[in-house]
Design a binder for this molecule. Structure first.
Ligand code: ZN
Length: 193
């Protein structure tokens, strides 16, 4: 009986692990090939001291299927900070509409930052006029860049954060948290340090 509970528990663990890691990382973990994670350590994308609930993480069924991105639930007007340094390559701040309609897909205010290694970080659903940077600006890690909102294809006020490599493939990112360096899990609160 004990063994069966343990098995069920391990299945649950595997599922939650799957939710936060890419297939490649899982393969490497299983094969014992992942000796050391040397990936960049991101800062949580909001103001130091503030904490938010991670609603959706990697590959979530709700709207992140096949996507490595993170949704932090936050009330409109929360300060968004650069998770990593880079150059601003796109912004949109003129939209004031949002909801779960296809016509809102192109209505999301956002900031896209090209990071030091050529990857891009995207910050979505910002409030109207909620962008503090402009194209070509160089931003530091932790710098305030905008204010959260509920514009574009979105069901509730939140920040959608996503990082892609040069080829447009999503990248899993790990963050500095009070419990150490972590890949984030849905249903947990994370305070920016
Ligand atoms: Zn999202």
């Amino acid at each position: 009986m004990k063994g069966r509970y343990l098995l069920a528990f391990m299945c649950l663990m595997t599922q939650s692990l799957r939710a936060q890691l890419t297939d490649e990382v899982i393969r490497n973990l299983k094969g014992g090939n992942l000796k050391e994670d040397k990936s960049f350590v991101y800062q949580l994308p909001y103001a130091k001291g503030s904490k938010f609930l991670l609603i959706q993480a990697y590959n979530s069924k709700m709207s992140h299927q096949g996507e490595l991105s993170l949704d932090f639930k936050m009330k409109k007007g929360s300060t968004i900070c650069a998770a990593r340094a880079g150059i601003v390559i796109a912004t949109k701040a003129d939209s004031d509409v949002g909801g779960l309609k296809d016509e809102y897909l192109s209505e999301g205010n956002h900031i896209i930052i090209e990071q030091e290694d050529g990857s891009t970080a995207m910050y979505w659903h910002l409030q109207k006029n909620g962008v503090l940077v402009k194209m070509g600006d160089s931003v530091k890690q932790g710098q305030a860049i905008g204010y959260s909102g509920n514009t574009g294809y979105t069901a509730f006020p939140h920040l959608h954060f996503q990082v892609q490599d040069k080829e447009g493939h999503d990248l899993a990112t790990r963050f500095n948290t009070k419990n150490g360096i972590r890949y984030l899990r849905p249903g947990k609160w994370y305070r920016a340090l």
